[in-house]
Design a protein around this ligand. Structure first.
Ligand code: PLP
Length: 390
């Protein structure tokens, strides 16, 4: 053989991997990313005349079982996660597949006390009704043997939404595994470029791909990544029988968006740090949390555990009215729930009632705007707000 040596695709850096992940080998006249396949039934080639079936007959029979557009997206995400990915209709479809698919009556699950609130509500309702107990653990408190009593699954969320605390995934996985308990990590805020839970020892890496992974605020999607083939098969079986399937068009859009994940996260992290640095020095702001800020209490652990930081931060203003005044004055900060998108958004979490946070608590998601424009806009919007008491 002549010609230059090509590196193993696994050795490529994030920017290269995200651009190429999951794409089929180039074919003259074919698009880079083939369009979505829309099918409920597929032709069952060869069923009536097996000897005539082409050797490369598509294996698909029905659209709830599998879809070529899912497979390409799953190959891409699996490559970034370092495992096998199974796509779901939303982040909650992915999380409920792990929770309901693995837990049995009489068992318990360890959950973050301060993570995504719909998961706690799900555990208090659907899991409790099925005789599954829960232990709620604050993200900043290390997992202990006491928490593991009766547990059949540990779910961690790091950095946590909305408080942005960080937990030691490797240490928790090591302790849980010593007691035979599998560990799932909700990796939504970090994305697989920010953190690779499977490499840190987790058994399941779960994500709402509605957020930064796809990053355009135009679709809902989720995935679970695992290393164990039996777990992958069980998740696919769960998806087929519950019908928690993603739409081919959303999945295709997600794959298209994945190509810019490295670029988007780089800008979001740049903006996140610039805004955190600004907010840290402002008298209108208290309780700032951003794991990428060297003065943040989570920074030492986050810097060790994470591959890069994202764009989500949280802080408090004096009151709900102060948040309303801030949002009215800002031109580049859009009031919206969700996070991780191109546009900078802010959400006053207390309005939803699920999180234990004060009325002036804000989760801010730095978007991909120009850093200088964004910092100037936020600085101006803060000016004149009341200072928090105490
Ligand atoms: C949004 C979110 C979810 C739920 O995802 P959906 O796609 O909205 O179903 C789960 N976990 C975290 C941390 C989230 O932020």
């Amino acid at each position: 053989m002549t010609g230059p040596e090509h590196p193993d695709p696994a050795d490529y850096r994030d920017g290269t991997r995200t651009v190429h992940a999951g794409l089929p080998p180039p074919e003259p006249g074919a698009p880079f990313l083939p369009g979505p396949t829309f099918a409920a039934p597929y032709h069952l080639a060869g069923r009536t005349a097996p000897s005539d079936a082409p050797p490369d007959a598509p294996p698909d029979g029905y659209g709830r079982d599998d879809n070529p557009t899912w497979r390409r997206f799953e190959a891409a995400v699996g490559e970034l996660e370092g495992g096998t990915a199974v796509a779901f209709a939303s982040g909650m479809a992915a999380l409920s597949a792990v929770l309901l698919g693995t837990l049995r009556p009489g068992e318990a699950v360890v959950l973050p006390a301060d993570g995504y609130y719909v998961v706690r509500a799900f555990a208090r309702g659907h899991l409790a009704e099925r005789g599954i107990a829960r232990h709620e653990l604050p993200t900043a408190r290390p997992l202990s043997e006491v928490d593991l009593a009766g547990a059949a699954l540990v779910l961690l969320e790091s950095p946590s939404n909305p408080g942005l605390d960080v937990c030691d995934i490797a240490a928790a996985a090591e302790l849980a595994h010593r007691h035979g308990v599998p560990v799932a990590v909700d990796n939504t805020t970090a994305t697989p470029l920010g953190q690779r839970p499977l490499e840190l020892g987790a058994d399941y890496s779960v994500s709402s791909d509605t957020k930064a992974l796809t990053g355009h605020g135009d679709l809902l999607l989720g995935h679970v990544a695992v290393r164990d083939p039996d777990r992958a098969a069980a998740l696919r079986g769960w998806r087929t029988s519950t019908g928690a399937i993603p739409g081919p068009f959303e999945t295709w859009l997600a794959h298209r968006s994945l190509g810019t994940l490295d670029l988007r996260l780089a800008r979001q992290a740049e903006n996140g740090l610039a805004l955190a640095t600004l907010l840290a020095g402002r008298p209108e702001v208290t309780g700032l949390r951003y794991p990428g800020l060297p003065t943040d209490p989570a920074y030492p652990l986050a810097a060790r555990q994470m591959r890069r930081f994202g764009g989500v931060l949280s802080f408090r203003l004096a009151s709900a009215d102060a948040v309303a005044a801030f949002l009215a004055a800002a031109r580049l900060v859009v009031a919206a729930t969700s996070f991780g998108g191109l546009h900078t958004t802010a959400d006053r979490r207390a309005q939803w009632g699920g999180d234990v946070v004060p009325p002036g608590f804000v989760r801010l998601s730095a978007g991909c705007e120009d850093p200088a424009d964004l910092v100037a806009d936020v600085a101006a919007a803060l000016t004149g707000l009341p200072r928090p008491a105490g």
